[in-house]
Design a protein around this ligand. Structure first.
Ligand SMILES: Nc1ncnc2c1ncn2[C@@H]1O[C@H](COP(=O)(O)OP(=O)(O)OP(=O)(O)O)[C@@H](O)[C@H]1O
Ligand SMILES: [Mg+2]
Length: 314
């Protein structure tokens, strides 16, 4: 079934991904705005370190949700900051458990772990996981504006990898305690089981077509088309629903300018290729606007276009 924008706005979690610069932030923001107009309470989350949702909404957006417009909140999460918060939290939790010397050593180890490669990505993943599990009940829909494709696909596979890792940790803890089964009194096993349950729920919501969908944004050029094709295969393999394609920055069909005419005739070939290769997915074309999408007014126009041009359900 082809998903229309109306169907998409019924989801709980929408991701916007694609190659660098194709318009992910713009399309994620326009969709979030459309959903807020449809009466959903929407949280727009930027996970890209080069946050630009602040630019579009001309507001400072930070690590806690802030209200941008009626029914629309913004949040920019940052791996480095999340990692610092995570470390502070762990240190706080173990404070009463050990004596001064052990505590000092433990804190040193925690700082070391936090500086290892991947720690920031892990902290980012943790925060995203909480949001996808619906921990913040203020919102009906969470829209993720993601970093360029590769990075995001790694994050999407992470619950699966983490589950395997935590299961291995639980087994080695059980071996250490000389037990076969889960010990409901051991604090380490209790904590690992809790994390495993959280990950399972995260993955279940991510893989549920009713809950989540991934939108791919592209422009009608060779490299973005190829990257889209690869992303579709990888998302399929990961079991994540592809909600559809947004073909952004489509040039006007008729222009007296010979340069634009020439660009347009090349673009038509790529647009045909997109229609042919991705015929099973919903596709929405968004025109190239005369200026950058900056400020709520232009975003409103784009948002209306997205809704009105999205295909009728079949
Ligand atoms: N349809 C459009 N018409 C005109 N300008 C557009 C359109 N879509 C996006 N832009 C402009 O193109 C630039 C890149 O868009 P955007 O920031 O949304 O891309 P992105 O995919 O999020 O980039 P990045 O990979 O850097 O995160 C921005 O200046 C934006 O205003
Ligand atoms: Mg962006």
């Amino acid at each position: 079934m082809l998903l229309t924008m109306r169907h998409l706005l019924e989801k709980k979690v929408l991701f916007f991904g694609g190659k660098g610069g194709v318009g992910k932030t713009t399309c994620a923001s326009a969709t979030a705005l459309a959903a807020s107009h449809a009466g959903k309470r929407v949280l727009l989350v930027s996970t890209d370190p080069a946050h630009s949702t602040s630019d579009i909404f001309e507001r400072e957006i930070g690590p806690e949700p802030i209200e941008l417009l009626a029914n629309l909140w913004g949040l920019e999460i940052d791996g480095a900051l999340e990692s610092q918060r995570y470390v502070a939290n762990v240190k706080q939790n173990i404070q009463g458990l050990f004596g001064h010397h052990i505590l000092q050593e433990a804190n040193k180890q925690i700082d070391l772990a936090a500086s290892m490669p991947g720690a920031e990505e892990m902290a980012l993943f943790d925060r995203i996981g909480g949001l996808i599990r619906g921990e913040d009940t203020r919102f009906d829909l969470i829209v993720f504006d993601t970093a360029p494709t590769g990075h995001t696909l790694r994050l999407i596979r992470m619950p699966e990898l983490m589950e395997a890792w935590i299961r291995a940790l639980s087994r080695s803890r059980q071996a250490m305690l000389g037990i076969e089964q889960d010990d409901k009194t051991d604090p380490v096993l209790i904590s690992l089981t809790g994390r495993l349950e959280g990950l399972r729920e995260f993955r279940a919501r991510l893989l549920s077509p009713r809950v989540s969908a991934f939108m791919l944004v592209l422009v009608a050029e060779r490299l973005p088309i190829e990257e889209t094709a690869r992303a579709i295969v990888q998302l399929d393999e990961a079991g994540v629903t592809v909600g559809g394609l947004i073909v952004n920055r489509v040039l006007p069909a008729s222009s007296p300018d010979p340069f634009l005419q020439s660009r347009h005739s090349q673009e038509v070939i790529y647009l045909d290729e997109i229609d042919r290769r991705f015929s099973k997915l919903s596709r929405v074309r968004v025109p190239q606007l005369p200026s950058d999408v900056h400020g709520v007014q232009t975003l409103e126009a784009l948002s209306e276009m997205l809704v009105s041009r999205s295909q009728v359900a079949t």
